[in-house]
Ligand binder design. Structure first.
Ligand SMILES: [Fe+2]
Length: 350
């Protein structure tokens, strides 16, 4: 048999699909099926090979990985339709999982393992998709310019003392859409729109760049405070380049709303595809992702937080401290997404 590599990349260049060590089994009906699953994923971290190899060692099921950008993967599975070889989609942000859900891609999974291990607020109410790691969207501050005692809540970011001192990326970004969608859920539409207008008035510059760009702007003193997902900061701390390390040292992490509902969290996650050709193996893979070793690799690959209680946390991530999480069901980020986008647009958040 011809040997292929595991990965198939979408979008750029040519690709190869894996069938290495293609293992066949006899099902009860006597049908010969290949022991493999096809995972469409927007992840591409160093620990992922360990993650997939661990599953193959445990089950004998080969993992074929199709990597691509988040929205491209959703479009690809949609266009493949009933003939899609996709068994599982893994992507980031509950708002984006909701997009895939709206496209009709997921099938519900009934699994005691998943419902027991994954907190209810981090999975779809009908178990169409599940969170496998958590990210917190926090305030990052310049340690020379800001005393953390000046910080308290997301709401506080709209206060006048921060005029011209706040950076955050654009409203087209799904993380911000989900943040605002979460605020709609807890504060209501009117208060959220008012908050958006207030923080727009506090912008140090028109939104530009990704979360890393906000961290760099804060470190450089272009702004006092910024909003970013926690996992962007450890990348600087772990870099060998002293200039990158200096950025890490300059920037503090503040978890907002600790005296109230808690800090906004989002997920990386995935679910079973409606037309999955290898359904049983795919469900076994989702359950595997909730196991202790897989949780460790899944979270550490991107310096995120595991979702299953008791999983060890990366030391740099742990150095930010423990925090209280907002337990709003992340599926609200999807259902409130359209309204969030409208509100941000009305508030002039570009
Ligand atoms: Fe990100």
């Amino acid at each position: 048999m011809k040997k292929f590599s595991r990965r198939l990349f979408l979008g750029t260049g040519t690709a190869t699909l894996v069938l290495a060590g293609c293992q066949l089994t006899q099902t009860q009906q006597g049908v010969t099926e290949t022991k493999e699953i096809n995972i469409y994923s927007s992840r591409h971290y160093n620990t992922d090979d360990e993650l997939y190899d661990g599953f193959t060692r445990k089950t004998g099921v080969k993992v074929n990985l199709i990597e691509g950008k988040d929205d491209e993967l959703i479009e690809r599975i949609q266009s493949e339709g009933a003939n899609s070889p996709a068994d599982i989609l893994i992507t980031v942000d509950a708002g984006r999982l909701w997009r895939a859900e709206q496209a009709g891609l997921f099938a519900p999974v009934t699994s005691e393992i998943l419902t027991e291990k994954i907190p209810a607020n981090l999975r779809h109410p009908d178990n169409l998709w599940f969170g496998f790691s958590k990210r917190a969207r926090v305030i990052m501050y310049n340690k020379d310019r800001v005393n953390p005692s000046q910080l308290s809540t997301y709401e506080n970011l709209g206060d006048r003392p921060w005029k011209g001192k706040l950076v955050i990326r654009s409203s087209s970004n799904i993380y911000n859409q989900s943040l605002v969608a979460g605020l709609i859920e807890v504060l209501g539409e009117q208060a959220t729109e008012q908050w958006c207008s207030q923080i727009v008035a506090n912008f140090a510059r028109p939104p530009q760049g990704n979360d890393s760009a906000q961290i760099e702007a804060v470190a450089a003193g272009l702004a006092d405070i910024g909003v970013a997902n926690t996992y962007y900061l450890p990348r600087y701390g772990k870099d060998q380049d002293p200039a990158k390390k200096a950025i890490f040292d300059k920037v503090g992490v503040f978890f907002p709303n600790q005296n109230g509902r808690g800090t906004h969290v989002n997920i990386s996650g995935g679910g079973l595809m409606k037309n999955a050709p290898n359904k049983d193996h795919a469900i076994a893979f989702l359950e595997y992702l909730a196991s202790p070793s897989a949780q460790t690799f899944f979270a550490q690959g991107n310096n995120e937080y595991p979702v299953v209680a008791g999983t060890p946390i990366d030391p740099v991530v742990a150095s930010f401290g423990q925090f209280k999480e907002d337990t709003t069901n992340v599926s609200a980020y999807g259902t409130n997404n359209a309204l969030a986008v409208q509100i941000m647009d009305r508030a002039g958040w570009r």
